[in-house]
Design a binder for this molecule. Structure first.
Ligand SMILES: NC(=O)c1ccc[n+]([C@@H]2O[C@H](COP(=O)([O-])OP(=O)(O)OC[C@H]3O[C@@H](n4cnc5c(N)ncnc54)[C@H](O)[C@@H]3O)[C@@H](O)[C@H]2O)c1
Ligand SMILES: O=c1ccn([C@@H]2O[C@H](COP(=O)(O)OP(=O)(O)O[C@H]3O[C@H](CO)[C@@H](O)[C@H](O)[C@H]3O)[C@@H](O)[C@H]2O)c(=O)[nH]1
Length: 329
């Protein structure tokens, strides 16, 4: 039986595909290449170029030979979701609905879903546990929360189980240098810091220096992408063993400020770069850090790369490789 990985040509999905291939799994990738790259898909996987919202294609793929779905495909830019909410309710919520329905119709009973810490909005208590109230601040967060609700309702009604993993801030790249974050014009802090360190940007902007945090800048829980995809593989084993549906935070439970990320990027790269202090970015929470014990307890997850300098070193190595591969980037 094979695993269907949607969005497997994207940043996190391409790491998942390598992880599964290495574990001896057969992998089918469904990706429309809207933000992903065909060259990012491990050669041993079968890439199907198509849309997760295409019910006929889903039927064809799921009618035999697939025993689990890992669903990464979606739109991921928070400010874009504010400007164009219906895109997010179509490409995240409606497409996920189509995929869940195709699973139920074709007897595919195991589903792993990319959710996000954005479902918590600005958490009242930090670190934030899975039982905290959910108050998404953007259509992106709402589109993911609606998908979690559909999964829970489907699991209650059908022979179907899911793991929804709420990712905190995903960063870093494959330690072996096979894939990484390749998206152009990315806005994620660690990617931007690496671009600045390599001279691909004139400067890095710090969005807000007056937060109620130890040094006034935003604090986040950065998780290495290789540790994150390993949590998915464990979730797959849990579901194949007949495990119950779960919603689990994926973070390390450790927060770093924007200034700490900048210091680390300077230290690891050995390059100084210009930093410009700017006003707060709309919709940013001061601190988002996971209570991260449940994923260890429930799945036996043990992170290997929970060190900010290591995350940045791997992100930097990929950024460097990317510019040699395509000098325009
Ligand atoms: N990067 C993060 O920090 C982060 C944090 C929380 C959650 N997530 C979630 O993780 C998942 C993967 O994110 P990423 O950072 O790898 O983004 P990405 O943009 O690199 O990957 C998304 C992939 O999905 C594909 N895709 C998009 N819509 C599709 C559709 N309708 N049909 C088929 N393929 C489609 C894209 O081509 C791309 O390859 C997303 O669901 C995102 O919401 C990411
Ligand atoms: O150039 C930059 C970029 C970011 N930041 C700050 O750095 C922190 C992290 O920002 P960013 O890397 O953009 O991540 P988040 O806004 O925290 O959101 C990420 O993490 C969420 C989960 O917590 C995911 O849902 C989102 O998809 C993903 O973009 C925040 O305090 C930002 O204000 C800067 O100061 N300058």
């Amino acid at each position: 039986m094979a695993v269907l990985v949607t969005g497997g040509a994207g940043y996190i999905g391409s790491h998942m595909v390598w992880n599964l291939v290495e574990a001896g799994e057969q992998v089918v990738v469904l990706d429309n290449l809207s933000t992903g790259f065909d060259w990012a898909v491990a050669g041993a996987a079968r890439l199907v170029c198509g849309d997760v919202g295409d019910a006929d294609l889903l039927d064809e793929l799921l009618k035999g030979g697939i025993d689990a779905v890992i669903h990464f495909a979606g739109s991921v830019i928070v400010p874009e979701s504010v400007a164009d909410p219906l895109k997010y309710y179509r490409n995240n919520t409606a497409s996920t609905r189509a995929l869940i329905e195709a699973c139920v119709m074709n007897g595919v009973r195991r589903f792993i879903f990319s959710s996000t810490a954005a479902v918590y909005g600005d958490p009242e208590v930090v670190p934030v546990g899975e039982d905290a109230p959910v108050h998404p601040l953007s259509p992106y967060g709402s589109s993911k929360l609606m998908s979690e609700i559909m999964l829970a309702d489907t699991a209650a009604a059908h022979d179907f189980a899911f793991t929804a993993l709420r990712y905190f801030n995903v960063a870093g790249a494959d330690p072996g240098g096979r894939t990484g974050q390749s998206t152009a014009n990315a806005t994620h802090l660690i990617k931007v810091a690496c671009e600045a360190a390599l001279g691909k940007r004139s400067h890095l902007s710090v969005f807000g220096t007056d937060y109620d945090t130890p040094d006034g800048t935003g604090v986040r829980d950065y998780i290495h992408v290789a540790d994150l995809v390993e949590a998915h593989r464990l979730a797959l084993a849990h579901l194949r063993d007949g495990g119950q549906s779960r919603i689990l935070n994926c973070g390390y439970g450790e927060g770093y400020s924007v200034r700490q990320v900048i210091e680390s990027a300077r230290r690891v790269s050995g390059c100084d770069f210009k930093v410009v202090e700017e006003p707060r970015r709309l919709g940013d929470a001061p601190q988002v850090v996971a209570r991260a014990d449940a994923v260890r307890r429930e799945l036996g997850w043990q992170p290997r790369y929970d060190d900010l300098d290591t995350i940045i070193a791997h992100a930097l190595a990929w950024e460097d490789r990317l510019s040699r591969r395509n000098p325009a980037r």
